[in-house]
Design a protein around this ligand. Structure first.
Ligand code: TYC
Length: 110
């Protein structure tokens, strides 16, 4: 009885049956850290404005994070899906360029 060779999911009627594994192999989409980098020229107030405008921070939060970047060189300003992260980076880079500041914003897979 148990000695029949495995039909590989193809029964007598030729239909292919597959056992679907419904356990939690659902992949969450990868998240991306958006970071801003320190430089010697972008005014502190401009960085604060960027953090308020594009990352929804209060003035106090923005000022504190700006100081962290100023002192440490870089900081994560938020974590987003790939599409949102790309949009944030583009918005910041465009805003900085239009104001002729060298502020850099990058993203990195978490
Ligand atoms: N270092 C700049 C200055 O002294 C301020 C600054 C902070 C620039 C954060 C960029 O991401 C930055 N004017």
């Amino acid at each position: 009885m148990a000695d029949q060779p495995d039909d590989g999911g193809v029964g007598d009627d030729g239909d292919v049956s597959v056992v679907l594994d419904t356990r939690s192999k659902t992949k969450r989409p990868p998240l991306y850290k958006v970071m801003i980098l320190n430089d010697d020229y972008t005014p502190m107030e401009f960085v604060v404005m960027v953090l308020e405008r594009f990352f929804g921070m209060t003035h106090a939060q923005a000022f504190e994070l700006m100081l962290t970047v100023h002192k440490k060189g870089v900081a994560v300003v938020g974590v987003f899906s790939h599409e949102i992260a790309e949009t944030k980076v583009a918005q910041v880079m465009d805003f900085a360029r239009r104001h002729q500041h060298p502020l850099q914003c990058t993203m990195e897979k978490e």
